[in-house]
Design a protein around this ligand. Sequence first.
Ligand SMILES: O=C(O)c1ccccc1NCC(=O)[C@H](O)[C@H](O)COP(=O)(O)O
Length: 214
Amino acid sequence: MSRIAIKICGLSTPETVGAAVRAGASHVGFVHFPKSPRHVEPDQMRALAAAVPAHVDRVAVVVDADDEQLARLTGTGALSALQLHGKESPERVAAIRQRFSLPVWKAISVKTRADIDAAQAYAGTVDRLLFDAKTPDGAALPGGMGLRFDWTLLRGVAMPAPWGLSGGLGIDNVCDAIRLTDTPLIDVSSGVEDAPGIKSVDKIMAFCKAVSAC
Ligand SMILES: O=C(O)c1ccccc1NCC(=O)[C@H](O)[C@H](O)COP(=O)(O)O
């Protein structure tokens, strides 16, 4: 297993979940957002998560979800964390963490250093910050678009919580990203796909191998 934690996000088939586990991923991510080509319903999430061993965390990705939606997801009993990938405020993050008694990740959309500095407001409310590239205004999705940001923006930042790096990562650039940022966790979605929403077993395997060898 890699010294860097790896989250393979946007999984939707048993084959690719199995590949992520075999490849040594520490986390698997399931997207619950109907506009996404990776969207899975709670029942599907439960079935996919059932095959995941306990040492691999199962993260549900949601976008400005209300309590009813979150209750349906957490009610599956299948999850080990919630990843909030919308415009959730620190207060909303804290309320979700308290109400659902699960570790909460907050995705921070990054274009400039000010975006990274704004993450300080989540101190004490989150279990992990996930720095991801900001998608353009009007984009269909707030994540999973294969976009990257300037990783040097993370240099010298005093992180208020455990964190991870996301956005536009793939086999060819992941070692540079790790070297530049010293991130403890890498998150990837479209970099291990053949087409939006279609994960590749071979690419998942190759990505995890590449991270182990960095
Ligand atoms: O992946 C999606 O379809 C998605 C939809 C809505 C909100 C978040 C989404 N993905 C979140 C992730 O954690 C992705 O892994 C992250 O944005 C990186 O994606 P990529 O640049 O494609 O590796």
